[in-house]
Each structure stands twice: as C-alpha cells, then as structure tokens.
Design a protein around this ligand. Structure first.
Ligand code: UDP
Ligand code: MG
Length: 323
C-alpha cells in the first residue's frame, strides 16, 4: 500500500442546514475530485440543526466514504457557528470551507490547493458576479458590504465564505474567543500571505436559500456591530449637530426676547421636544444594542452545542458514532 502519512491532509468543511438533497451530491463530487487529483483529504459535514433528513444522509455518506465525517448540532446555531465547528474538527494541514449546495464550484479547490502548495496561507474565493438575485437584495448587500469594508479596512464587496486556510490561520481563528465571529471578515483581518481565486456563483440545484429578509438583516446588524464602533461615534456626530442647531436657535430666541418681540407660541417648543426626544431614544437604542452584545459575550456561552458526531469507517461498514 502507498504510504499516505507524509502527504499533507486537506480538510473540506461543509455547513449544511436542511440540505438532505445536496449532501450526497456534495460528498460524491468532492471525494471524486480530490481522489482524481491524488490529494489526501477528509470531508466534514456540519449539520446545523436541520429539520429534514440531512443527518441520515451524512451518516449514509460516512458509511460509504471513509473520508467523510459528520458533526450534528443540538439546534440551529447559524452558518458562522457551523464553520467554526468545522475548523475545530479539522485535522488537516489546510482547510477549505465551501457551501454544501455547491454554489461555490468545487473544481476551484484544486486551484486553491496549488496556491497553498506554493506557500500562500490564506486563499480567498472572490465572486466575479453575485449570481441571480433580486435588485433589492443586491442593493442591500452593496450597502452592507460598503459599511463593513469601511469598518474592517478590507474590500469585502466580492468576499465570500469560500476560502482555503493554512493550519496557522485556522489555529489563529480558533484562538479568538469572540462569540459573534464573522468568518468572512475575520479570515481576511488575520492577514498572512493571501492569494485570490475568482469564481462564478453557481445556481442552486436543490433546495432553497436559507436566508430570509429578517435573518439577513440580523446577520448584517450583528456582523457590523461586532466589527465596528462607528454607530456609537454617529451618536457623537448627532449630538454635535443638535448642539449647533440649539446655538443658532438659542441666539435667535434671545435676540427676539431682547428686541421685545413675543415668541411664536408652542409649535416650536413641541417640535423641538419631539425631535430631541426621538434623537435621544435612537441613541439609547444604539447604545443598548452594544450593551446587549457585551452582555452576550460576557455570558461566555459556547458558540454551538454538538449533539452527535460520526466518523467514516475504512472497512466500508457502518459509520462509527464518536460521541
Ligand atoms: N447554512 C447553515 N446554517 C444556516 C443557514 C445556512 O449551515 O443557518 C448553510 C447552508 O446549508 C449552505 C450555506 O450555509 O451550505 C449557504 O446557505 P444558502 O445556500 O442558504 O445561502 P446563499 O447561498 O443563498 O447565500
Ligand atoms: Mg447557497
């Protein structure tokens, strides 16, 4: 038998939420591709608390492919948590993260792997186009990415979660204790020698996108506030603007009083009270949001809870449960 121990190991991480239809295809395509390229690999599916038969499918794949492993969350913790669970599970010298629906073309893994062999420690998949989306979605995404790009100082407009990371980069990410880690931005923020591979977002073949308008808005808010304190500085800016207005209004009303003219009744007073009241409430809301985030971090709850895991068996028998 060929000695495989000296060859580097590539871990492929696939977060899966209600992907019963995509799991078999993803396992098949990725294992065949990497076997043909003669790259030693393991494929790790993270079942993010799916409500369909995703876990059964993962167990079946682990039973037929020795390289396939699976981790099952106790409930849905979100894609970011799934990615970090995958990173924690990976045993490879390098790790690739891609979507289970194969909207990230798996062939590009080979290109990324070759760049890693040349010494790059982070290889980022960048989108050439965003695939088919509604104009409203594209606009919302553009706004979010221009804000987050400013916050991180990294151009995020074409960024994706499709990345290859060297063991050093993986360990650096795992050492970060923050609960609301934004993988896409953090993996660029950590630096290291970085290369880029362009890819076209493929159409989804099975199932539907897991993002609703509500979940996307929450995702944008959580990630923006976890990377930037700019909204808090906005409060200072608002305060300065209201102060400048109050100076002008103050001088004007004093001048009116001194020149003996009566004030124009209550309308101005009511308007001012309403404006100041709402500005104050909005500011309190922003501060409250950050306090809530601090509260979440300080509670130090785990990012995810693993309910079950399985390991592919080399003799082709049943997948082995490892929990
Ligand atoms: N996903 C996940 N947990 C979630 C939502 C999504 O693990 O709560 C996974 C999903 O199974 C897929 C990837 O994240 O592999 C991307 O999700 P999706 O295809 O729904 O997003 P889109 O491609 O539309 O941005
Ligand atoms: Mg998708």
């Amino acid at each position: 038998m060929q000695d495989t121990t000296k060859k580097p190991l590539l871990s492929v991480i696939l977060p899966a939420y209600n992907e019963e239809a995509s799991v078999p295809r993803a396992a098949q395509v990725i294992c065949t591709l990497l076997e043909q390229a003669d790259i030693r690999h393991e494929v790790i599916f993270i079942d993010d608390g799916s409500k369909d038969d995703t876990w059964t499918m993962i167990l079946a794949q682990a039973a037929s492919h020795p390289q396939v492993r699976g981790v099952r969350f106790s409930r849905n913790f979100g894609k970011e948590a799934a990615i970090f669970a995958g990173l924690a599970q990976a045993r490879g010298n390098c790790v690739v993260v891609l979507d289970c629906d194969l909207q990230h073309p798996p062939e590009k893994i080979l290109e990324m792997y070759r760049l890693w062999e040349q010494g790059y420690q982070v290889v980022e998949g960048v989108k050439v186009s965003r695939g088919k989306e509604s104009p409203l979605h594209t606009l919302a995404a553009k706004t979010f990415y221009s804000l987050i790009s400013r916050a991180t100082g990294i151009d995020m407009s074409r960024a994706s979660d499709f990345k290859l990371l060297d063991r050093r980069a993986v360990d650096t990410l795992l050492a970060m204790r923050e609960k609301n880690a934004f993988f896409r931005a953090l993996s660029s923020w950590i630096g290291f020698s970085t290369a880029q591979v362009e890819f076209e977002v493929q159409p989804r073949l099975e199932g539907t996108s897991k993002w609703s308008f509500r979940s996307l808005t929450k995702y944008a808010l959580v990630n923006l506030t976890s990377f930037s304190a700019a909204p808090l500085q906005l409060i200072t800016l608002l305060g300065v603007m209201v102060f400048l207005c109050s100076v002008v209004l103050g001088i004007w009303s004093l001048w009116q009083k001194l020149s003996g003219q009566a004030l124009e009744g209550f309308t101005t007073v009511i308007l001012l009270q309403l404006i100041i009241g709402s500005v104050l409430m909005i500011c309190l809301g922003i501060i409250g949001y950050y306090v809530a985030r601090i509260y979440e971090e300080i509670k130090d709850r785990p990012r995810y809870i693993v309910a079950d895991s399985c390991e592919g068996k080399t003799d082709g028998g049943q997948a082995e449960k490892t929990l």
